[in-house]
Design a protein around this ligand. Structure first.
Ligand SMILES: NC(=O)c1ccc[n+]([C@@H]2O[C@H](COP(=O)([O-])OP(=O)(O)OC[C@H]3O[C@@H](n4cnc5c(N)ncnc54)[C@H](O)[C@@H]3O)[C@@H](O)[C@H]2O)c1
Length: 439
């Protein structure tokens, strides 16, 4: 059993802490947010993540998982300190490292025994060295025995516990292979490939992976837009591509584009790093531009169908950036809502989990209790997030409730033929209609 401290109890820190406790370690999770910690002590989850409440409750009960706001208490006797604080976008797209700095300084000031400092936050290439420098400088009078290991996190919100427990790989980067080896032991029971690299390479693997996934989505969206004009169906195109083993099916879903707390800030930060170091991130710039455009296209479609959107009531289904999470950071749905409001539309919206998080971001939006309330009296419904419950909607009832039955299916969840038969005007993403006279 190892003694761990996890700094930051957001999506990554809380899942990491709970899962390492479940694997038999003694874990103290620390956060500077007292409300968050108080909630966790009452077994109230500060985020929505399937399965999280149970795993936290079990491990708190077994005494292996503790929560605190006190750095001294959290770091006492810890062999491993995981930094899992936020790294949001700064003014110019760079990763803002103020929280990582605070965590590193606290470790430097408060630890008096050998420790491994592990960066789980997504941080620019070179941050591991920078963290080591911060600690070394603050401890110049009384050197601390420590190593820094980069351990980027690849979990996805909505399936975070499963992703942590069944990773495709664990990446560990360090200038000291023994230090990386000690962290590798923490993961040994997960029986997955463990890749040990130097610090900077590990940091780059995280950015390169996220940017590649975002690139695949922008690529399929670009093809989808061509499909709309050329009368092809992107769903079948993606299937046909994905069956090729060299390509594979993942991240080829056309839609409103990528969002969330990671891809937007990470692609921006990687592009920023590139420019800073004198290389041209041309592909990344295009990937971001395609993504921005994907939201605007919803508005174009509605304008085409309705003319001016001024004073038009429009409903939006889904606010979180993807299903099974309440995270609304950089959500495509929110951007679409703001674009609609800019056109003068009167927006109503509903999300199964994200209503509380969305409320402060959606000024002037009527937040509804369910999809049917959203549909009442609107001139169009925009499906923005692929929650399962939207797949099961009673579309006949929706049709009766709407003033004008226009569906913009931003995630291609409905069958175009079926909804057209029900009397809707249907716009999907990349679902061109083959109008050739012989078809
Ligand atoms: N959310 C994801 O799906 C995901 C996946 C992989 C990697 N990441 C990366 O992991 C990092 C954390 O992401 P997140 O979504 O969990 O962030 P988050 O914003 O949900 O949580 C960060 C937490 O850190 C706390 N914090 C900030 N400064 C602190 C300090 N000095 N000491 C202690 N706690 C502090 C905050 O109060 C907050 O609770 C980011 O770098 C992110 O890019 C996130």
């Amino acid at each position: 059993m190892s003694k761990l401290c996890v700094i930051g109890t957001g999506y990554v820190g809380l899942v990491t802490g709970a899962c390492f406790a479940d694997l038999g370690n003694q874990v103290t999770c620390l956060d500077i947010d007292p409300i968050r910690i108080e909630k966790l002590k009452q077994n109230e989850m500060p985020i929505y993540e399937p399965g999280l409440e149970q795993i936290v409750a079990q491990n708190v009960k077994s005494g292996r998982l503790l929560f605190t706001t006190d750095y001294v208490e959290a770091l006492e006797g810890a062999e491993f300190a995981f930094i899992a604080v936020g790294t949001p976008s700064g003014m110019e797209g760079e990763a803002d490292l103020q929280y990582v700095r605070q965590a590193a300084e606290s470790i430097a000031d408060l630890v008096h025994h050998p420790i491994l400092v592990i960066n789980k936050s997504t941080v620019p290439v070179g941050t591991g060295d920078w963290v080591a420098d911060i600690i070394r400088k603050r401890r110049s009078g009384a050197p601390l025995e420590f190593d820094v290991v980069s351990n980027p996190e690849f979990l996805r919100e909505g399936s975070a516990i499963n992703d942590f427990m069944n990773p495709d790989r664990v990446v560990l980067g360090s200038l000291n292979r023994d230090a990386a080896g000690k962290v590798a032991e923490l993961y040994s029971s997960l029986h997955c490939p463990i890749l040990i690299t130097d610090l900077r390479t590990a940091e780059m693997i995280k950015y390169a992976s996220n940017a590649y996934l975002a690139t695949r989505i922008s690529y399929i969206n670009e093809i989808a837009n061509m499909c709309e004009e050329l009368g092809a169906d992107i769903q079948e195109v993606a299937r046909g591509m994905g069956l090729d083993k060299r390509i594979g099916p993942a991240f080829l879903e056309a839609g409103l584009g990528w969002g969330g707390s990671c891809f937007p800030k990470d692609v921006k930060a990687l592009a920023h790093m590139a420019v800073l170091h004198g290389t041209q991130p041309q592909l990344l710039q295009a990937v971001m531009e395609i993504n921005r455009n994907q939201r605007r296209r919803v508005v174009y479609k509605l304008r085409k169908a309705l003319g001016s959107l001024n004073d038009r009531p429009i409903g939006v289904l889904g606010i979180s950036f993807k299903p099974d999470t309440d995270d609304v950071r950089d959500s495509p749905a929110i951007e679409v809502i703001h674009l609609l409001q800019n056109e003068g539309a009167i927006v109503k919206a509903y999300d199964p989990q994200a209503m509380d998080n969305a409320a402060s971001l959606l000024k002037g939006v009527q937040l509804c209790r369910n999809s049917y309330e959203v549909a009442e009296g609107v001139d169009a419904l925009v499906l923005a997030t692929k929650w399962n419950e939207f797949k099961q909607l009673d579309l006949q009832r929706i049709h009766q409730l709407m003033r004008t039955p226009i569906l913009v299916d931003g995630r291609n969840i409905w069958d175009p033929d079926r909804v057209r038969t029900l009397g809707f005007t249907y716009y999907g993403i990349g679902r061109g209609v083959n109008t050739h006279p012989n078809s």
